[in-house]
Design a protein around this ligand. Structure first.
Ligand code: BDR
Ligand code: CA
Length: 338
């Protein structure tokens, strides 16, 4: 059994990542850190609790992270993820309690409880993790593996021309995490950057396949030209919420000339966290630009040893996208069938 600690800013694709993790019955989800990013931290907490309630997994603790980044003011992106972070989904309010421990201490507790065994997965800004490393610099050495969705190396950014969202929201936190891992016996993080995660593009057909695999009523409204397509007709509640969330994300990408598709950044990172072999990786020394007037939040990789240092990260560079979707659909369908 792998022990996983999940740190996210839920978020539509974070939601899919969470459902995927919940479906993986071979994994012990030690806890969930809710970090401010796509939406304010209290909304992230509410979304995580709501998904756990829907899936009957109230035993997993949900921890509240800091109100905002280490240094920068918080930016959120309701434009991308909807006013409540889950697109058009109307999740029932959860009556589950938020955990007493904050997300920063929860990172430390999880690493102590599973010393040398813990797999960390971050699909939001690195604020909570960086704060935990500040609180206990011994944390990185206790992890078995760290997988981060973040950064953009040889493609344009999605937040500034050069910066990816999770790094752009809290560049100082990202820089501190990259500096603390991959040295002194701490594992080098596997970074899943936009370069690769933008190729993991969900199409409406994938949702139709998911509904079918879950034994749900077919998803019929997904034609973007169909103005009557207000909400999902899927009769399975989990599939319906997922499709309602995803429809917002499809429209967002469409409105930004990417096509009627949706980049599944965070679910891909979740798969890599549990099965690193699904991604080919390249070692590199990675840093974050903090001061550039035009380039703040840019991730820079020295792939040729020009800085003279040792690699501190492994950048995921390639995967079998069709196999990723087959696996994702089949796994989440098992959850929806329950
Ligand atoms: C990342 O930004 C967020 O909006 C997504 O959830 C993902 O984690 C992609 O840049
Ligand atoms: Ca995210």
């Amino acid at each position: 059994t792998q022990h996983l600690f999940f740190d996210c800013d839920t978020g539509i694709d974070d939601s899919v990542a969470l459902l995927y993790l919940l479906a993986r019955t071979d994994v012990d989800i030690v806890g969930i850190a809710s970090t401010a990013g796509n939406v304010p931290v209290d909304v992230v907490v509410a979304n995580n609790l709501a998904w756990l309630s829907l899936c009957g997994r109230g035993e997993i603790p949900v921890h509240r992270g800091p109100d905002g980044p280490l240094v920068a003011p918080l930016m959120t992106t309701e434009e991308t993820h909807g006013p409540l972070g889950v697109g058009y989904a109307e999740l029932p309010t959860s009556d589950l309690p938020v955990a007493d421990t904050d997300a920063v201490d929860a990172w430390l507790d999880a690493a102590h409880a599973h010393d040398g065994e813990l797999v960390g997965l971050v699909t939001g800004p690195l604020t909570s993790l960086a704060s935990a490393v500040r609180r206990d610099p011994g944390l990185p050495r206790r992890l078995r593996r760290l997988v981060i969705m973040g950064g953009a190396f040889h493609v344009h950014g999605n937040t500034t021309p050069v910066a990816e969202w999770n790094v752009a929201v809290d560049p100082e936190a990202a820089a501190e995490v990259f500096a603390a891992f991959g040295v002194d016996g701490a594992p080098a993080p596997i970074i899943c950057p936009l370069d690769l995660t933008e190729t993991v593009a969900l199409l409406p057909d994938h949702l139709v396949r998911l509904a079918a695999a879950a034994g749900s009523h077919p998803v019929e409204y997904l034609d973007p030209t169909d103005e009557r397509g207000i909400r999902s007709v899927a009769d399975n509640p989990l599939v319906r919420h997922l499709v309602d969330a995803m429809r917002f994300y499809l429209e967002f990408h469409d409105a930004h000339d990417e096509g009627y598709l949706a980049h599944l950044h965070d679910p891909f990172a979740a798969i890599v966290a549990l099965d690193p072999a699904v991604a080919r990786t390249m070692p590199a020394q990675v840093g974050v630009e903090l001061s550039g007037a035009l380039t703040r939040g840019m991730t820079v990789a020295d792939e040729r040893g020009m800085w003279g240092g040792a690699p501190n990260a492994a950048i995921a560079t390639a995967t079998d996208v069709d196999a990723v979707f087959d696996h994702l659909i089949e796994t989440i369908a098992t959850l929806a069938r329950q």
